[in-house]
Design a binder for this molecule. Structure first.
Ligand SMILES: [Zn+2]
Length: 494
């Protein structure tokens, strides 16, 4: 209720119709309590913004669009991304940008738009996913699909991951078009389905079924980066995603003899599975300092204030021979995951009746492999660890080797320049992701793909990703639209 009364005060004062560049809220999708604050048409910037005041107007326009976008519930499953694709198509059409919607399955869609350059250099893709993860509204301070603008924030599922990032890409496209910036490359805007569930009909489907629309690209920007700020908002570093670990998800299956729970059998498959999992849980995978992780930790050492830790991070290979350093490095969830292949036992299934011994028991392992690791070699190590021929370990589906993009590129230099313009002497580093994004589909086509986060976030704000009370501040959104425009225009403008 607090949200409703506050919005009633701020909604659309003096504005009777939606501005160009925004579309009216669609009936049934956006409730009156969450109607976004829209920028009046006369105020929409139709040139390349030059002043902070102009960027603040662009930021406010972005906030209005983000509120609308959040209010389209694309929780996956089922996703219903056709609704959001239709909305994006209308926003783009409002500026005269044509787009195509591909609907591989009813209600599931991908949107593709291409702003034409003179073709003298290869295109740049702005990639974003439209689906969002599940929410538990009872733990939220606001309706997660309200898109409420309150306390200087735009609230809702997707505000960070990744509808907020998508809006910074969208505003970049709109700004290039409105200002008629001459382009040396095409700029492709690709909004996809099914990123959050993997293996669906999103980026992977698009690359497989319409490679002709993307494979000529040289560069791609996607989620998977980070701008780390401290509690005061000071930027500590800009992290560009150039590589990510690869998932190698496994099923563990034990078979035995079914029976009545009152008469134990010697080959109860649940017992067998538990013994196997016990060995898996105790298994310490080797610590492997890969070159990309060594470089990232060395970068971080330059901003580490504690002298002992600074020395460990600066030379992680040496640090791994020191037990105190190993305790520090493996005690940090991220460092630990970056220094080894990891195994999390996640799924378990035995009997659904307490008095029945099942014929089969299963577990699922979430395994993540470092770049350069051979999945088959990892699997044989695990089979050796389990050491039970009655227990089968099998990959859940196709897997891929970790992919990596080089940093000696025009796009990387543009990111560094844009970062340094805002934060002189900024550390620009390349944190590998422990998870993965859709970038690997494009890296495998030879497209240089970077994770670029447009928002400076502190640790607490980052927790909104897949968590409760996800939100982005208007200040960060404004920073983000300016930053992404700056990076993109440096590589696409003539
Ligand atoms: Zn995401």
């Amino acid at each position: 209720m607090r949200v409703m009364s506050l919005l009633a005060l701020v909604v659309c004062i003096g504005c009777t119709r939606p501005p160009r560049g925004a579309v009216p809220p669609q009936p049934g999708l956006i409730g009156p309590s969450s109607r976004p604050v829209l920028v009046p048409p006369a105020e929409v910037i139709r040139e390349v913004p030059r002043t902070d005041a102009q960027w603040r107007v662009v930021g406010r326009e972005a906030a209005g669009l983000l509120s609308q976008y959040i209010a389209i519930n694309t929780t996956n499953p089922p996703g219903n991304e056709l609704q959001s694709a239709t909305w994006l198509k209308a926003v783009l059409a409002g500026e005269g940008i044509e787009s195509q919607i591909f609907e591989p399955r009813p209600g599931k869609a991908n949107l593709y738009a291409r702003l034409r350059g003179d073709g003298s250099t290869r295109p740049l893709i702005l990639l974003n996913h439209m689906d969002v993860v599940l929410t538990s509204p009872e733990y939220w301070k606001v309706d997660p699909f309200s898109g409420a603008q309150q306390d200087g924030y735009i609230w809702g599922r997707g505000a960070l991951d990744m509808k907020g990032e998508a809006v910074t890409q969208l505003m970049t496209l709109l700004t290039l078009k409105r200002a008629a910036v001459p382009l040396k490359r095409d700029v492709i805007f690709l909004a996809t389905a099914d990123e959050e569930i993997g293996g669906g009909v999103g980026a992977g489907w698009f690359v497989e079924n319409h490679p002709e629309l993307v494979q000529d690209a040289e560069f791609l920007l996607n989620e998977g980066g980070i701008i780390r700020a401290d509690r005061t908002g000071r930027i500590e570093y800009y992290g560009v995603g150039t590589t990510e670990k690869s998932p190698f998800w496994l099923d563990v299956t034990a078979r035995g003899t079914a029976g009545h729970g009152s008469r134990p059998t010697p080959d109860n498959p649940v017992h067998r599975l538990v013994r196997a999992l016990n060995r898996v849980a105790a298994y310490q995978t080797p610590l492997v300092p890969t070159p990309v992780v060594e470089r990232y930790l060395r970068d971080l050492s330059t901003i580490e204030t504690d002298p002992t830790r600074r020395a460990w991070l600066a030379d992680v290979r040496a640090a791994l021979r020191d037990s105190a350093a190993v305790r520090f490095l493996t005690g940090d969830l991220t460092y630990n995951a970056l220094l080894r292949n990891t195994i999390s036992i996640t799924g378990l299934a035995g009997s659904d009746k307490t008095n029945v011994i099942p014929p089969v028991a299963r577990a699922a392992l979430d395994v993540r492999l470092l770049p350069g690791q051979d999945p088959r070699a990892f699997l044989s190590d695990l089979v050796r660890v389990v050491d039970d021929s009655g227990v089968a370990i099998t990959p859940q589906g196709p897997n891929w080797a970790a992919t990596q993009s080089p940093t000696d590129t025009e796009l990387f230099r543009a990111i560094v320049a844009a970062a340094r313009q805002r934060t002189p002497d900024a550390l620009v580093t390349t944190p590998p992701l422990t998870g993965f994004t859709d970038s690997h589909y494009f890296r495998r086509l030879g497209i240089v793909s970077y994770g670029l986060s447009p928002f400076p976030l502190n640790q607490a704000e980052s927790r909104g990703v897949h968590g409760n009370d996800e939100r982005v501040s208007l200040e960060n959104l404004t920073f983000g639209v300016h930053f992404v425009y700056d990076v993109v225009s440096r590589v696409v403008a003539k």
